[in-house]
Ligand binder design. Structure first.
Ligand SMILES: [Ca+2]
Ligand SMILES: [Ca+2]
Length: 489
């Protein structure tokens, strides 16, 4: 554990159950049906490990969501790996409050989330208790389900559960369909993203008229293994990963030990990274088609004008920046930045919003859009006011916390699919509008001035103004200990 470990353990031990949302007063008895019908539908499309740059290769996403709504240009994951981020999305909490701090057991995974009773209060239970029809299709939390566990288990809060067991490919996978285990084959029509699309259309069609719905639609794309649908294989034949100034960083003497251990990328590694970049873009084409199909179905149902569509990813991804040929989990921009595009009733078309929008804001936002007061346990803040164009920069948060914990005892070479979390030592970081300040459990530090060094090439931790560092350090410490209200301030 990092230096704050004892405190963290205390917080986890004493955390108890998250509180239930405070309901708004019930609608007047004379018109309950009208009030219920007016509540908006909410669809969250959550990709896996999607780099912000990939948005440009998704024309339907831009056409249907960002051109008709807003694009957050500073959206971030507070824990830039899969399971911790997904727990943050479901609960609205920082890692030190939801406690699922790694992908794998014992400090993370689905088993930890379910065995500690964390599923009793998620955005799904809040919305379902408020009368929403809730559905989850796709990826839930890493290591769902555990071996030797009741595979037919359906977590609380979900009316329609289509949890996909972690697939080794986008064919021949298994899905828990409301407690019934269903095997899919290897024919073209079994392609995972396409099957999810059909289930999403089915969920919308089966929702009774007048009942609002919440759909959590979580494709595995573009996460590896990036299985491309046959029909997309020849697209973007010359696509390569971008070469920003930090690509294959030459001088890493400013960097912490875990990164200094990485050799410069060889031409073979660069080629593999380019191929991975292209493959991942290609897997997103089926997601793009899914968005088009969803919007078409909503329009046909007459529901499009009363539906919020959120598109985001659980974390970002490296394609060679700072020598990281592929991976995430660090506090650099490539890992923590995520796309966030939103359309819906009252959302202005075609706007870019600069405010810091975090993955912990999603659950409180969905609660607010459903007419609920987000629970006190939420560390994030509702974006609803921003979505209506009613907030200015100075009224919003000016910094946030990033936390990362390594899976126990995994050397990078052994960690295969999760190499990102095996390589990086535990850290907590503060991101402000101008700075990134990182404190590692090893005692190492990083500090970047993002105004003069947006590519994070030159860490200033050894030469910075002590007063600046003291301020960043104090704010970081405060956020590491925050809970609910104190995180939202
Ligand atoms: Ca991920
Ligand atoms: Ca450097």
């Amino acid at each position: 554990l990092p230096r704050g470990g004892a405190l963290l353990a205390l917080l986890l031990f004493g955390a108890g159950c998250a509180t239930a949302p405070r309901s708004t007063p019930p609608a007047p008895p004379a018109a309950p049906a009208t009030a219920a019908a007016a509540r908006p539908n909410i669809i969250l499309i959550l990709t896996d490990d999607m780099d912000v740059s990939h948005v440009q290769y998704m024309p339907q996403l831009r056409r249907h969501i960002s051109d008709r709504g807003v694009r957050f240009t500073n959206s971030f994951a507070v824990g830039p790996v899969c399971a911790p981020s997904r727990a943050s999305i479901l609960t609205g909490q920082y890692l030190h409050n939801h406690g699922l701090i790694t992908n794998k057991p014992p400090r993370g995974s689905f088993r930890k989330f379910t065995s500690e009773g964390r599923e009793a209060s998620t955005v799904a239970t809040w919305l379902r208790n408020a009368g929403y029809r809730t559905g989850l299709i796709g990826k839930y939390i890493n290591f769902y389900p555990m071996r030797n566990q009741n595979a037919a288990y359906v977590p609380p809060g979900w009316d329609d559960w289509r949890g996909v067991f972690f697939p080794e490919s986008y064919y021949e996978y298994q899905v828990n369909e409301n407690g019934r285990l269903v095997d899919y084959g290897k024919e073209e029509q079994d392609y995972l993203t396409d099957v999810m699309r059909e289930k999403a259309l089915d969920f919308i069609a089966r929702t009774p008229a007048g009942q609002p719905f919440f759909l959590y639609l979580s494709p595995f794309a573009p996460h590896g293994p990036a299985w491309v649908a046959d029909r997309h294989e020849s697209l973007f034949p010359d696509l390569k990963a971008p070469r920003p100034p930090s690509y294959n960083e030459e001088d890493v003497s400013d960097k912490p030990a875990w990164l200094r251990q990485l050799p410069r990328m060889t031409p073979e590694m660069e080629k593999a990274t380019d191929e991975l970049f292209r493959a991942r873009v290609l897997t997103l084409q089926a997601v793009d088609e899914m968005i088009d199909a969803l919007v078409g179905a909503l329009e046909k149902r007459g529901a499009l004008q009363n539906t919020f569509l959120f598109f985001t990813s659980d974390n970002g991804f490296h394609f060679g920046e700072h020598r990281i040929d592929h991976g995430k989990g660090d506090a650099y921009e490539e890992s923590i930045r995520i796309p966030l595009l939103v359309r819906g009733p009252g959302v202005p078309a075609g706007q870019a919003l600069e405010q810091f929008a975090l993955n912990i804001d999603l659950a409180p936002t969905f609660a607010a859009l459903a007419g609920l007061e987000p629970p006190e346990s939420a560390d994030g803040r509702s974006l609803a006011r921003l979505l209506q164009g009613r907030a200015v920069l100075r009224d919003w948060r000016s910094d946030f916390l990033i936390e990362q914990y390594a899976d126990t005892g995994r050397a990078r070479a052994d960690a295969d699919n999760d190499k990102e979390s095996g390589a990086i030592t535990d850290y907590a970081a503060l991101r402000t509008q101008q700075h990134l300040y990182v404190e590692y459990a090893t005692g190492e530090r990083e500090l970047y001035d993002l105004k003069s060094d947006p590519s994070q090439l030159d860490s200033l931790h050894a030469s910075a103004d002590p007063q600046l560092v003291a301020g960043l350090k104090a704010r970081l410490q405060a956020l590491r200990e925050c809970r609910g209200e104190t995180c939202r301030q």
